[in-house]
Design a protein around this ligand. Structure first.
Ligand code: ASN
Length: 393
């Protein structure tokens, strides 16, 4: 990624945009969409909604990777945010007429998000940590395909976060006429620059979601993401209104890039063989999200399969029980759910699989903890990713 130039003025707020790739900046080539290096900032510069050329000239921003939004007249009204989702802070969002000045750091190579890996989460996290004091907020431009995984992972990796980190992207390239990219980028920049939201969030199609609660549900619609078990934190209409921010001002911000790769996702289906399950649970596997039926159920007429699960948990593999259903929670209401408790699985509550998987990766990497402490942590609410337990950081 490139260098960040400092811009300081009391009438401006600075946002860092980390552009990793995704459809938002793609161009068609040989009949398919692919990212194009060094074209994004120059394209944005020509879009009056996203760059005020005249103001940029006035403050000497020409010819670099820092752009400036036009003045936001709605911002002068200010907004109230009340905490209805959780008992956290009630935040009066400051009235601000400040310009959002944003610096774009372009990833090299740019990635379709299908190519994102655990190393990329570390690179993004470290960049935010390095620039944390220099910017009011952060926007991560990311492909939609794996955005929910990255949002979830960053939510755990960012410890004691007090600033907004907003992931967004688009379903149609921003330089095409009918794109959702302009709205999504503009909304994310305004939220990151003008709002006090100390969370990793995902902003898409006018909705601001908690990042570790989302899942991609539509490959074709602009309304691509859903947060099935938690209402959006905010909705951007004429004004932006919302609730439920979480903050931890008690300790120094830190990005933990230690992540365990020996994790996996396994979806139950009628007739799954014990051989498949056993093979999946072999070493080096250390943590598994088992996607079960309904409220966390599995066949209780399959002693062979249950024994395979039990053997793995006895061997210190942590297995999280998460439902295959889009909405709802795991609860041991059926005998078919109780058998999984008996086999040593931990309830994933209403966590998405994306959140449970990245949480496993984060928790399993904590070398200072023994397996029981790791299991305990998996059962706690760390970043608002689940609707039970006490929040810890
Ligand atoms: N394949 C693209 C990506 O995830 C999809 C998108 O961004 N809309 O990078």
């Amino acid at each position: 990624m490139g260098n960040v130039q400092a811009v300081t003025s009391p009438s401006e707020v600075k946002v860092l945009v980390i552009y990793t790739g995704g459809t938002i900046g793609m161009t068609p080539k040989d009949g398919v969409l692919a990212p194009e290096a060094n074209a994004f900032v120059e394209g944005l510069r020509k879009m009056p909604m996203l760059h005020d050329e005249e103001y940029a000239k006035k403050i000497g921003l020409e010819g670099n990777n820092t752009l400036v939004l036009p003045r936001d007249s709605t911002a002068s009204r200010g907004f109230w945010c009340s905490s209805t989702v959780e008992e956290k802070t009630i935040t009066r969002l400051t009235k601000t007429n400040k310009r959002v000045v944003y610096t774009v750091l372009e990833y090299s190579p740019l990635l379709d998000s299908s190519n994102i890996s655990i190393e990329d989460w570390g690179t993004i996290g470290k960049e935010i940590e390095k620039e944390y004091e220099n910017f009011k907020g952060f926007v991560i431009l990311h492909g939609t395909d794996t955005m929910a995984y990255t949002a979830s992972a960053l939510s755990f990796m960012c410890e004691h976060l007090c600033k907004p980190i907003i992931l967004t992207g688009s379903q149609v390239p921003i330089f095409e006429m009918k794109s959702d990219g302009t709205d999504n980028l503009l909304g994310a920049l305004l939220i990151a620059g003008q709002f006090e939201i100390p969370e990793v969030c995902l902003y898409f199609c006018k909705k601001l979601f908690r990042g570790n609660r989302v899942t991609k549900v539509n490959a074709e619609s602009f309304d691509a993401f859903s947060s099935p078990n938690l209402d959006p934190l905010a909705v951007a209409d004429v004004e932006i209104s919302g609730s439920g921010w979480r903050a931890d001002h008690t300790a120094q911000f830190h990005v933990s890039t230690e992540l365990n790769r020996n994790v996996g996702l396994l979806r139950l289906f009628p007739g799954i063989t014990t051989a498949t399950v056993t093979a999946f649970l072999q070493q080096p596997m250390e943590g598994v999200v088992l996607e079960t039926y309904g409220s966390g159920n599995a066949p209780n007429n399959r002693p062979d399969l249950l024994a395979a699960l039990k053997e793995a948990t006895d061997n210190e593999v942590i297995i999280m029980n998460c439902t295959q259903c889009l909405k709802g929670t795991v609860s041991a209401s059926y005998a078919t759910g109780q058998v999984l408790n008996d086999a040593g699985l931990i309830s994933g509550g209403d966590m998405t699989s994306e959140a449970a998987l990245s949480k496993l990766s984060y928790v399993l990497a904590k070398k200072e903890l023994d397996v029981n402490a790791k299991k305990k942590m998996m059962g706690q609410d760390l970043r608002g990713e689940v609707s039970y337990g006490a929040k810890t950081n």
